[in-house]
Write a protein that binds this ligand. Sequence first.
Ligand SMILES: [Zn+2]
Ligand SMILES: [Zn+2]
Length: 125
Amino acid sequence: MKFKKTCIVCGKSFLAANPLYCLCSNDCRAKRKTVYKKRYEKTHAEARREQRRKRNEKYREQHKNKYHCKTCGTVLPNGCQKYCLDCLLRAYQSEELRPWAKDVLHSRGYDETMIDSEIAERESR
Ligand SMILES: [Zn+2]
Ligand SMILES: [Zn+2]
């Protein structure tokens, strides 16, 4: 008994000995295999990429949490900083720490006017 089937690779009709067959020739079988392989590799690569992305995210999360202001413990947005702006401005207002705070603030791009306005803004809150 033969079954009339359509090859899923080339679309040709063929007679199959088994109704489960869906490929007409060895050629098409080989082609089918490469398609599967490619598809597998593609999903595999995507899964790996996703895994890597998740790991990066986790790493960033852990990394981010490491940076807290040394004075008040606030999480800092920038990993290179050691103190938050609030603490620096507070230090700037104290006689003793002012030169140091001024240096740090300057290195962050704040000039006197900006520092004064930041302080004023905080006082008005
Ligand atoms: Zn075929
Ligand atoms: Zn702080």
